[in-house]
Design a binder for this molecule. Structure first.
Ligand code: TMP
Length: 218
């Protein structure tokens, strides 16, 4: 089996950059790496992503949203993540099941009794080996995310960026409480610093953890 690393954090925390930098670093060390993201990661799930993030879909019910994330994940796990892990790759995934708990439970208020079985069903019991939480203030993250959207060409994927600051604070608190509850799986990193420094912290921690399971990977 390979090694499954997920990245989490609020909008604009910088995780997408860090996913790319960690991928480059691990490839340079000789690991086979698959980099992917949620929602999305394969054609069917990318189509679901467009529905989920389209700012025109503001009338979407919280339960519809939850089910669409679960549907996108089921396809992505079966088509991309599990085969890559079975072939011994390190999989880096930009968001996964913790995002559903942070956004749909802490953010939208859907109970864990509804969310947890759906997460389990969608990923067929697959759990991340390591989850890197890049933490930053909601004000800082949201300002960065809105700047990025203004600068982007392509479709405006901003349904969540249009949510209130309060919503994003709840999501951040959700992530922090998840990380506190599972210190063995989570690595919490301060996302307010310089990109290169954050990449060094993550790179060193991941290198150490991979060393411990090295025989299974290379
Ligand atoms: P991204 O901006 O990191 O690509 O993520 C897309 C948006 O989807 C982001 O606002 C967080 C949200 N999201 C959820 O609400 N629930 C989920 O399960 C996932 C994976 C993402």
């Amino acid at each position: 089996m390979g090694y499954f690393i997920t990245f989490e954090g609020i909008e604009g925390c910088g995780k997408t950059t860090q996913v790319r930098l960690l991928g480059e670093r691990l490839e340079a060390l000789g690991y086979r790496v698959v980099t992917t993201r949620e929602p999305g990661g394969c054609p069917i799930s990318d189509q679901i992503r467009s529905i989920l993030l389209d700012a025109g879909n503001r009338g979407m019910q919280p339960l519809t949203e939850l089910l669409l994330y679960a549907a996108a994940r089921a396809q992505h796990v079966a088509e991309v993540i599990r085969p890559a892990l079975e072939s011994g790759c390190v999989v880096l995934c930009d968001r996964f099941t913790d995002a559903t708990i942070a956004y749909q439970s802490f953010g939208r208020g859907i109970g864990r009794a509804t969310i947890d079985p759906l997460n389990t069903l969608a990923c067929q019991d697959l759990l991340p080996d390591l989850t890197i939480l890049i933490d930053c203030d909601a004000e800082v993250g949201l300002a960065r995310a809105r700047q990025r959207i203004e600068a982007a060409t392509g479709p405006r994927e901003e349904r969540f960026e249009l949510e209130s600051l309060e919503f994003h604070r709840r999501v951040r608190d959700g992530y922090l409480s998840l990380a506190e509850r599972e210190p063995g799986r989570f690595l919490r990193v301060n996302g307010n610093g310089a990109v290169a420094g954050i990449a060094d912290v993550i790179g060193e921690q991941v290198r150490q953890r991979l060393k411990a399971v090295n025989h299974a990977i290379q």
